[in-house]
Write a protein of this length. Structure first.
Lengths: 277, 315
């Protein structure tokens, strides 16, 4: 600093700059503090009582501010910052920004350009062509029916869509051979109806063999495959064991294998036998 | 932290090994007698079966025991029917003692397969301090046992068997209990003459042929017993090899009947088929007729596990 130009203003600026840059400096009056100033600054300080007073006050202010307790950022801030970079958060912000955008209305001229006529529907000047075009753009009636069916029974509609999306199964090649062999018999009259009936019956048999396991798995009866046939039995009072659809409500333990029934009875303390004594 | 919160945080405790050891030893080392109420509530399809009766249980602390039915409470039957029921139940006392009642059959397998949680509370039953335990299989649990075990002896004074969603299946609860009583008038259980231990379980010549035994994965089950039994029913065959396996607590039965009688000419041959009836209470059952041999499997497993065991035995 030019000693001839060390004014109060420049001295004060130097004091502040020094205090800020060297906040570890001791307070005014403590040895070492004056030496941080330049020589012209020290000379001005010795000559100007006002600046000396100002300096002591400002240095106390700086010391008080620098010794204030620091508050750390809340812990949640870090998590929020990290979350804000996640794709979900960015998407949410994007959606929020888009929805806040103002909607632009289409100019009437666009409608005119599309329809080649006045934009107002039903107006007297609207051409027949425009009217027909408008009608053609309405949703077809079948769509209304389909929507109504969906609303009336959503489960049925879903089931229909599911079945429709199942892969189609091709008939096995042997089916053709079986049909040809059947039709080659000399005693048969190969009318068209007979051929159709033969194809239908054989196709039904093949279809049952192919779709049967799929239906069983859907019913949840026995999804695993075993090296033996598994029959979930239904027993009623009038018949022996017979394979069929599982019907627990009709089951009578009295029809069980006798040894199995004895064992079960014992495990239950006689619970089955007591009802038949 | 309040004391009640302390109790809550300590509530999930594994039962002490000493308590489990005492429970295992109680059947053969504790001399006692008591009157017990037994209830059984099963569902078969949509039909409900209920049974309730009283029995007197005695043990001499040296391996001898009796389970003597006293009176039938439910269902309501005639006196003659009740007498017949009590007589049949007395004939089953060995089976009741070994397989119907709560019993830890094999300690290492039990500890591997089951979780025993001690509530930490001491409950009073008939004047005795009891531990309150919950026993459940670690995986695929079909039933849950809630026990009150007398702390001094390990005797189970109350055993409540429930489905995992809390429905009561069975209840065996002492209504009176006495330690070291006078048992001089007790007629002890005698083994049934129609149950004979197989000399070689893997080759039961007693029933005329080799048997097929299921193969269990990773020692999940161990063999508990292998006997020849003679069925009282008129059926062919009427002699079976009965194999009993245990996962430490639950038992799985396999009845191997050997070759079936030759079928009459013209009869429809039914072969390589496993019939799966609906569950009877908590018990699943499969009846297999494969390669002319008959096998019955039964256990508190889901039916797919039972089918797997049948497949492992026969293929």
């Amino acid at each position: 600093m030019d000693p001839e130009r060390c004014t109060c203003e420049s001295l004060r600026a130097e004091v502040l700059r020094t205090a800020i840059l060297h906040s570890e400096l001791p307070l005014p009056g403590v040895p070492g503090e004056r030496e941080a100033l330049s020589a012209p600054g020290r000379e001005h300080l010795d000559a100007c009582a006002t600046c000396a007073l100002w300096r002591r006050a400002r240095l106390r202010h700086v010391a008080a501010l620098t010794t204030l307790e620091r508050f750390g950022a809340p812990r949640e801030l870090e998590a929020l910052v990290v979350a804000s970079f996640s794709s979900d958060s960015r998407r949410e912000r994007a959606i929020s920004a888009l929805t806040r955008l103002g909607r632009l209305t289409t100019p009437a001229e666009l409608d005119d350009a599309m329809l080649d006529g006045p934009a107002l529907e039903g107006s007297a000047s609207e051409s027949r062509e425009v009217t027909e075009t408008r009608a053609a753009r309405r949703a077809p009636r079948v769509l209304l029916r389909l929507v109504a069916e969906e609303i009336a029974d959503p489960a049925k509609a879903r089931a229909r869509r599911f079945v429709g999306s199942l892969p189609r199964l091709r008939a096995v090649p042997e089916l053709d051979q079986l049909v040809e062999r059947e039709l080659a018999r000399p005693t048969r009259t190969h009318s068209r109806g007979v051929r159709a009936a033969v194809y239908a019956s054989l196709a039904a048999a093949v279809l049952a063999a192919v779709v049967g396991p799929l239906a069983v798995s859907l019913l949840g009866v026995s999804p695993k495959r075993y090296p033996f046939r598994v029959e979930h039995v239904r027993v009623n009072a009038a018949s022996e064991f017979d394979a069929g659809v599982f019907d627990a409500g009709m089951f009578d333990p009295a029809k069980l294998d006798p040894s199995a029934r004895e064992l079960l009875d014992g495990l239950g303390g006689g619970i089955l036998g007591v009802h038949r004594i | 932290m309040s004391s009640s919160t302390n109790n809550t945080s300590l509530s999930v405790l594994q039962a002490s090994p000493a308590l489990i050891d005492s429970m295992i030893a109680a059947a053969s080392q504790v001399r006692f007698q008591g009157t017990r109420r037994f209830e059984s509530h099963w569902k078969v399809g949509t039909t409900r079966y209920d049974l309730e009766y009283r029995e007197r249980v005695s043990a001499d602390g040296q391996g001898q025991f009796t389970v003597e039915p006293l009176d039938l409470i439910a269902p309501d039957v005639s006196t003659g029917q009740e007498d017949l029921f009590l007589l049949l139940s007395r004939a089953r006392e060995g089976f009741n003692w070994r397989y119907r009642d709560f019993r830890i059959h094999h300690k290492p397998t039990f500890l591997r397969n089951y979780e025993v949680v001690d509530s930490g509370a001491i409950v009073q039953r008939l004047g005795y301090d009891c531990a309150s335990l919950r026993v459940q299989r670690r995986s695929k649990a079909q039933v849950v046992y809630l026990l009150e075990v007398e702390l001094g002896t390990g005797v189970v004074l109350s055993c409540r068997t429930e489905t995992p969603d809390g429905a009561l299946l069975e209840l065996a609860e002492y209504e009176s209990f006495e330690l070291a009583p006078d048992l001089s008038q007790v007629a002890w259980h005698q083994p049934a003459v129609d149950e004979i231990d197989l000399v070689d379980p893997s080759n039961p010549t007693e029933i005329g042929g080799g048997a097929h035994q299921p193969r269990f994965v990773d020692g999940a089950f161990v063999q508990l017993a292998a006997q020849k039994i003679t069925s009282t029913a008129a059926q062919t065959p009427n002699q079976f090899a009965r194999y009993v396996y245990t996962d430490g607590l639950e038992v799985v039965f396999f009845l191997y009947g050997g070759a079936l009688a030759p079928q009459s000419a013209g009869a429809q041959r039914v072969d390589d088929v496993v019939q799966v009836p609906p569950s009877v209470g908590p018990w699943q059952l499969v009846v297999a007729t494969i390669h002319g041999e008959r096998l019955i499997g039964m256990g508190r497993l889901n039916h797919e596990d039972l089918l797997d065991l049948v497949a492992s035995a026969l293929y």
